[in-house]
Design a protein around this ligand. Sequence first.
Ligand SMILES: NC(=O)c1ccc[n+]([C@@H]2O[C@H](COP(=O)([O-])OP(=O)(O)OC[C@H]3O[C@@H](n4cnc5c(N)ncnc54)[C@H](OP(=O)(O)O)[C@@H]3O)[C@@H](O)[C@H]2O)c1
Length: 353
Amino acid sequence: MSVECFVTGGSGFVGQHLLARLTATGHKTWVLMRNPENLERLRQQVSQLGGNPEHVQAVQGDISRDGLGLDEAGMRSVSSAAVAFHLAAEFTWGLTIERARAVNVQGALRVAELAASQRMRLLMVGGFMLQNLGHLASIGVDHQHPENTDWPAVYRRAGGYEGSKIEAHFAVIRCLQQAGADYTIVHPATVCGHSESGHIVQGQPLAELIRNLAQGRFKAIPGSPQHWLPLVSVDYLVALMTCVAFDPAMANRQVLALYEHTPNLHGMLAQIAATLAVKAPRHHVRIGLLKWLLAIPGLAQQLSISAESLNFIQTQRFDMRASEQLERKYQLAHPDMASALENTVRYVKGYLS
Ligand SMILES: NC(=O)c1ccc[n+]([C@@H]2O[C@H](COP(=O)([O-])OP(=O)(O)OC[C@H]3O[C@@H](n4cnc5c(N)ncnc54)[C@H](OP(=O)(O)O)[C@@H]3O)[C@@H](O)[C@H]2O)c1
């Protein structure tokens, strides 16, 4: 069965793989692009990733603009979609609160309003930290009564990107509940490259971590032996996203996309270092101390580490029972993640040399 889909963020790392998966399975996609002149390049990329480029069409727009910046023709094209996949986000550290809200919060609300008005199912991508209730409480988010949250204070503690992803999550749910429309939310862990090709886009958090290790910038392991950075491979992630987006039983549900057997950070860095043939750091440094050091002017830049990125290194373990049930239902399994990570490291090494 072919379903027409509307995709934001289709030119991004996860978006390219999602387009490949959707189009390979016969779905026609309308991709919101700020620069539609890049459509041919995107189609080539989708083809290289195993998709059908003929099923990728662009509509010009920008989530930070009123009405998503769609003209009449763009709006007509998009309205024929039955499912909207919202992935677009300004995914970078050091965002101002104004910019983060304008794109990641208001942009998500515009996509939600469009989905509700056109009766499309909205599949939104959140992030695994939204399922870490202890962390949410520690940065001041009242997850049961989000309207009581002091958002500017949350942004000061967590940074623009994370603050805006969390605010957008609660704002979109409220908007869709008020409109009586359905949503499904997938919360990915840090995304690793494709399990076979290792394909990952430069600038992705995991690619930057690999680059830092390759370039000898990692002198110590942030956190304790209990700290970890959960991963998920991009191919598993997009497979799960497409399954839940078309499953009526997933209306108004959320799911974690996370490989719970990801080793602790020490083990992960040792594995990456072995593939890079460099020395792995052996000593731990407390995250609080590291954040304090990173506040020294110039040091974060010199070490290529942002204090914001350290928030994703946590000790929290997650309840994966709901995700496991869905894996059984869709006959979906995580790939061999040790080899997915190794392939990702080789891929990154390829563009470092
Ligand atoms: N990657 C991870 O580790 C990870 C983990 C958890 C959650 N997520 C979430 O997953 C989603 C996809 O992440 P990603 O890694 O694929 O990000 P990405 O590679 O940085 O891609 C971001 C996408 O958003 C688009 N975009 C940014 N601002 C826009 C605007 N104003 N209007 C329209 N499009 C805009 C970009 O388009 P251009 O080509 O025009 O720049 C690009 O297609 C995001 O919501 C992110 O928060 C990612």
